[in-house]
Ligand binder design. Structure first.
Ligand SMILES: NC(=O)c1ccc[n+]([C@@H]2O[C@H](COP(=O)([O-])OP(=O)(O)OC[C@H]3O[C@@H](n4cnc5c(N)ncnc54)[C@H](O)[C@@H]3O)[C@@H](O)[C@H]2O)c1
Length: 483
């Protein structure tokens, strides 16, 4: 398995002709720095994305921030200046501030953007950035619907721009090792994969509150229903001291789909990688879930417990996603041998909920220790670390080579599709005792289920509409937007 250089796959629904290059892909001189802008000054950008990237002062320079909450925007400027004070001793590093991402993308001095915003916004900002010629770091899950993801991947391919998605487990030793061993046949044919993605708890409040003056709430709602009443638990905490806390939207449809896309974008990504499904996916999903109790004025509405079966390889491989499994990914072979991988810590950020049974499992385990022996000549060592995911993005940009990122757009689209299919299956099974069964054609990225087909479509409202973005850039609509 080639872990450093991946083929940049041509996906389904490809546009007929490549677009004219709009960015500065491939034209960085040896000592020239990548100018980076950040969209979204929230939990993940301030606790992970900015700190882990800005420290590469030899490769990049953070020059701009964008947020639709002016309090957070001001904080973002301060945060970057503070980082440079610590890193380079600069007293007052210049940082531009944008309240509208479209203005940031129009700035020709910015080469690359980190997109660290809620999931319902990913596609609109990613497509805007790519059409404006910027390389992107896009947080997971890649997209909120299957077609949104397909559109992002196609634009990235046509523009020849670098995409790295925040599913950083692909750059971490135990996940790399287990996937390499599974792909090399260490446990024989994989019969089952057991995946746990943790469990959300009900909460939030539906009490209507006045919208803070500093928040552009209509824009925050973006392509979703503009009538959704404001309560801070739908959005994010207004106390800057709590910027590192889990935001409410992450357990509130349609802004997030819950753990299925939240941790699913990490663990289903690893499961697909181990199964060698980076360019395809499951042929069907069936099963059921329970939904959050919204009585008593509680707001959050995504799934809680889940029990889903994904079918791969014509039904020969069963991926079982269930909240009863320890958080992580366990590949089980034809003779019962197994390999298991999980993070060192059971949480992404300190504010994430606890995950079940983690105490019993170590980050890297096998049914027999011998199964963990590295393959001769393998480049995977315990020194491989999550920091590499960020370096990998910057180095791919410097090299002007989209195939270098370990979680490129095509791979992320396939993993994100697996998450979306799980969400669709749970939604279609709402109120049905045995849940739903959903057939899927990975080659066509389509289903014969009419109800599910509607759920594949991109979100759109008013100006927050991908079709309008393409028109603004004078570009034809991609096939996924026409259907
Ligand atoms: N890779 C990981 O391990 C990991 C962990 C947690 C979260 N995430 C992902 O990171 C992303 C951000 O999550 P978070 O927890 O930081 O959310 P958050 O709510 O804390 O922060 C998001 C910020 O984006 C801003 N924003 C929203 N829409 C915007 C727009 N259109 N333009 C400009 N700014 C906008 C908000 O005002 C907010 O400040 C999500 O996609 C989430 O799923 C990834």
């Amino acid at each position: 398995m080639n872990l450093n250089r991946r083929n940049f796959l041509v996906g389904t629904g490809a546009f007929a002709a490549p677009l004219v290059m709009g960015g500065c892909c491939g034209c960085f001189k040896a000592n020239e720095k990548i100018n980076v802008g950040v969209v979204g000054i929230g939990r993940i950008s301030t606790t992970m994305d900015i700190p882990k990237t800005i420290c590469h002062t030899d490769l990049c320079r953070f020059t701009a921030v964008c947020d639709l909450d002016s309090k957070r925007l001001v904080h973002g400027v301060r945060f970057i200046k503070e980082q440079y004070r610590k890193l380079t001793g600069e007293a007052n590093a210049p940082v531009k501030a944008y309240s509208d991402y479209r203005d940031m993308m129009a700035d020709p001095t910015i080469d690359a953007v980190m997109i660290c915003i809620p999931d319902h916004w990913h596609a609109l900002v990613a497509v805007e950035a790519l059409l404006a010629g910027k390389h992107i770091w896009l947080q997971k899950p890649f997209a909120q619907t299957v077609k949104e993801g397909r559109i992002i991947a196609e634009v990235a391919r046509r523009k020849g721009l670098v995409v790295q998605v925040g599913s950083w487990q692909r750059s971490v030793y135990q996940f790399m090792l287990v996937c390499e061993l599974v792909q090399a046949g260490r446990i024989g044919e994989v019969k089952r994969v057991e995946v746990g993605v943790g469990l959300d708890k009900a909460g939030g409040s539906s009490a209507v509150e006045p919208v803070p003056e500093n928040l552009n709430y209509d824009m925050w709602l973006g392509p979703t229903d503009e009538k959704a009443p404001y309560n801070w638990t739908r959005v994010h905490d207004q106390d800057l001291k709590k910027i590192g806390n889990r935001p409410g939207w992450i357990q509130m449809a349609p802004y997030g789909w819950g753990m299925i896309t939240n941790w699913g974008a990490h663990h289903l990504d690893i499961a697909q990688w181990g199964l060698g499904k980076d360019d395809s996916g499951p042929e069907g999903v069936s099963g059921t879930c329970e939904w959050m109790d919204t009585s008593g004025g509680r707001l959050w509405n995504v799934h809680t417990t889940y029990d889903l079966h994904y079918s791969y390889n014509g039904g020969k491989t069963d991926l079982h996603l269930c909240n009863k499994f320890p958080c992580g990914v366990k590949f089980i072979g034809e003779k019962g041998d197994w390999l298991y991988c999980m993070r060192g810590a059971a949480k992404v950020t300190p504010s994430d909920p606890d995950t079940p049974s983690n105490g019993k499992m170590k980050p890297l385990m096998a049914s027999k220790n011998k199964l963990l022996e590295p393959i001769a000549g393998s480049k995977i060592t315990p020194q491989c670390g999550s920091q590499d995911h960020f370096t990998n993005w910057l180095e791919a940009i410097k090299a002007g080579d989209p195939s270098l990122t370990v979680t490129n757009a095509e791979i992320a689209q396939r993993s994100s599709t697996a998450c979306c299919l799980g969400q669709m299956c749970m939604e279609l099974g709402r109120g049905k005792k045995d849940g739903a069964s959903l057939k899927w054609c990975p080659a066509k990225e389509d289903t014969c289920c009419k109800e599910a087909q509607k759920m594949l479509k991109p979100f759109a409202r008013g100006e927050y509409d991908l079709a309008k973005t393409f028109k603004r850039f004078g570009q034809d609509l991609p096939p996924a937007l026409k259907g």
